[in-house]
Design a protein around this ligand. Structure first.
Ligand code: NAD
Ligand code: MG
Length: 386
């Protein structure tokens, strides 16, 4: 019997974080929660801390620190406030693995700190690789740390690779559900509302990734994430729309064989695989039934209607800090869309504007990424819709 894996969950109160805790709860012998963190949901963080008794918790919003501290004062749990504490807690010596389930650029610094401390990473926070994929993958290699994908598409590809030894990948095919607006023309997209964009047909996720899925930016970010995770050239990555979300992605080898991973759209499967890797643990998750899915369909993505996907390919092609610009612009675009300050199509205009105006750096350092993120956010906030 192995001792339980000791894990930190950054973003424990979110969609991925809460599902990860369900996985932990189902396998108390396999996992032990050492760190839990959240941004604003103090009440849920407190109840999670009471249930899982971690060694440390962090509430990133410092205004809420006294609330969390007082609620847990009777327990031997260290309570910290502020973003900087994330960088500290991921380095706790007993930790084996850090699940990065927080949203956006905020994931970069704690992920880098965890890698430097030699912790394996279960990576949900795709933005980390979009912003600084070259830096982060090199750092992981230098510290011999695994980057275990949680994103369902990347988990699918990862699950197709064992047994292939040195066999090169010819290409990968990332599947996309197409989101709630699949099949709509640009003209129809001009009028879509926030409420419609927040309703994903197959997945129940946090607000940011739900909007990214509606705009197809999520798939653009995933193309960049896949490039770095699997060390591919952009030409080796294809996107295909598959509305049923059953085939989670595919890998094609040099003999033309294609392997795929299938299953019901349930994030607990890739979360559990990243936590338990290289083992597979039993699960009670509902099983796929071919009888209920008589047809699985595939179609080409429409990059004219969904311009964000084209912008992501462009940014990756340009390289350097362009994907970092894309990410920061997109984070602000989504936030402004959710505040009704820009329209659905206006998000792409804002991102294109930032890509044109932000300073390009061909070989960015960490400091360059920080400066790029700041500059782009300023440009994106100042952007005035036409
Ligand atoms: P969510 O909004 O549901 O939860 C985010 C969590 O991160 C919350 O616990 C929140 O408190 C915390 N957080 C947010 N901003 C923070 C900040 N600035 N500093 C510290 N903590 C912060 O998000 P989610 O849907 O769970 O997504 C998390 C990550 O996983 C994202 O990068 C997303 O792209 C990726 N992902 C999610 C899914 C999914 O099914 N939800 C699937 C694939 C990948
Ligand atoms: Mg995904």
């Amino acid at each position: 019997m192995q001792s339980p894996k000791k894990i930190a969950i950054l973003g424990a109160t979110g969609s991925i974080g809460t599902q990860a805790l369900e996985v932990v709860q189902a396998h108390p012998d396999a996992f032990e929660v050492v760190v839990l963190t959240a941004q604003n949901n103090a009440a849920l963080l407190i109840s999670q801390a009471l249930a899982f008794q971690p060694k440390a918790v962090v509430i990133a919003n410092t205004d809420l620190y006294p609330t969390v501290r007082d609620a847990l004062a009777h327990l031997p749990i260290q309570v910290y406030g502020g973003m900087e504490a994330l960088v500290e807690v991921v380095q706790l010596p007993e930790l084996d693995l850090v699940l990065t389930a927080l949203v956006g650029y905020a994931g970069l610094a704690p992920t880098m700190a965890a890698i430097r401390a030699g912790k394996h990473i279960a990576l949900a926070n795709k933005e980390t690789l979009v912003v600084a994929g070259e830096l982060v993958t090199a750092l992981a290699q230098a510290h011999q740390v695994a980057l275990l994908p949680v994103d369902s598409e990347h988990s699918a590809i990862f699950q197709c690779l064992p047994g292939e030894g040195q066999n090169p990948i010819e290409k990968i095919i990332l599947t996309a559900s197409g989101g709630p607006f699949r099949g709509k023309t640009r003209q129809e997209l001009a009028a879509v509302s926030k409420a419609q964009a927040l309703k994903h047909p197959n997945w129940d996720m946090g607000a940011k990734i739900t909007i990214d899925s509606a705009s197809m930016m999520n798939k653009g970010l995933e193309v960049i994430e896949a490039k770095w995770l699997f060390d591919l050239r952009l030409e080796q990555i294809e996107v295909v729309v598959h509305p049923q979300s059953i085939v989670h992605s595919l890998v094609q080898f040099e003999d033309g064989s294609i392997k795929a991973q299938l299953g019901l759209p349930d994030m607990k499967i890739p979360i559990q695989y990243a936590l338990s890797y290289p083992r597979r643990l039993p699960s009670a998750f509902p099983r796929f039934d071919f009888g209920l899915y008589p047809s699985l369909t595939f179609e080409k993505p429409d990059t004219e209607a969904f311009r964000n996907l084209a912008l992501a390919f462009e940014a990756m092609q340009r390289g350097g800090n362009a994907p970092c610009i894309l990410n920061a612009a997109n984070e602000v675009a989504v936030a402004r869309f959710l505040k009704d300050e820009v329209s659905f199509l206006g998000m792409s205009d804002l991102i294109a504007d930032c890509l044109a105006k932000a300073s390009f750096v061909a070989k960015p350092s960490y400091e360059d990424y920080v400066a790029t993120d700041e500059q782009t956010r300023r440009l994106a906030q100042a952007y005035k819709p036409q």
